[in-house]
Ligand binder design. Sequence first.
Ligand code: BMA
Length: 374
Amino acid sequence: MKPIIFFVLVTILISGCSSGQSKKSGTADPLATAETKQLLAGLKAATEKGIMFGHQDDLAYGIGWVYPDGESDVKRVCSDYPAVYGMDLGHIELPEPDNLDSVPFEDMRVFAREIYARGGVITMSWHGDNPLTGGSAWDITSDKVVASVLPGGENNEKYRKWLDNIAAFLNSLKDETGTAIPVIFRPYHEHTGSWFWWGQKLCTTDEYIGLWRFTVDYLCKEKDVHNLLFAYSSSGDIANKAQYLERYPGDDYIDLIGFDYYQMGDGGNRAFIDDVSRVLTILEDVAAEHNKVPALTEAGYESIPDPAWWTGTFWPAMKDHKISYALVWRNAHNKPNHFYAPYPGHASEKDFIEFHNLPGTFFQKDATALELYR
Ligand code: BMA
């Protein structure tokens, strides 16, 4: 055998063995339900075809309305729901009947059923309160919070109870046949910034990774939650792969990877396109190496002051990248100008319809056709 052929054969054998041995292609939770596993496979396959559009609290409220059945600002504008629906679990840990933005958890349960029935994707973030001080997620007065909730810490028992409340809610998400509804769970987000109690300057790398692993292990192994895909998402201030991965909990704990990036101020269109595109390249690189699904987990331009932002800036920032979805933040009904998707009458309405009609953007009708759960 010629040395070169021998070398090629050995290389093929080694790479075949290593990918066969690793559990990288499975879900972080090995006991994830069939539908949850299928969702991960469905997201991977769809990423090759286009980018799904997501909107936070899409069904809960919008500009001038709160909680009526079937409403959605996105649908009001383009006659189609988003493909991805964001919700937030903040305050379920306490527990309270409504989340931190006044959305009743009972309503979220109904939304989850509707979304799953039409083949949409659900992702839940968690702006959980500060378990040490009793303040909000943004209370950064102590850098001992994460240490206090880890095993051995003074708040570990309390935190287990908080996770019990999360587990009970997630386990209650069922369709009409009793099948658990899969959810992309995205806790401890924007951790490369220092504005949440789990942020960069508020805990060490080991503590942050410990928090993730404790949470995943506790939910999946002790509370039998098996309808979750886990998403790791940094803030947008990412310079390189090493920084992105500094606090990565490990391939066995993560299914999706992403980052959050907002356009601030006027005239920053070029900077948004360049920056988002640059970090998406880093993300795609990490996703390929770790066999994870990449997504722009939060994005937007508050109140969308540029009428052509959707096709002129948002789409150019991501169009050359293979990512699963891009989710814009909520349309607050009680916080003036705090909205990220258009509503009927908004100046960017027409451009958003064009964005919806692009072959590369997927909304609910496309997601239904993609059969992500089958
Ligand atoms: C922030 C704002 C807040 C909100 C929080 C959690 O970005 O929208 O008003 O409470 O997200 O949804």
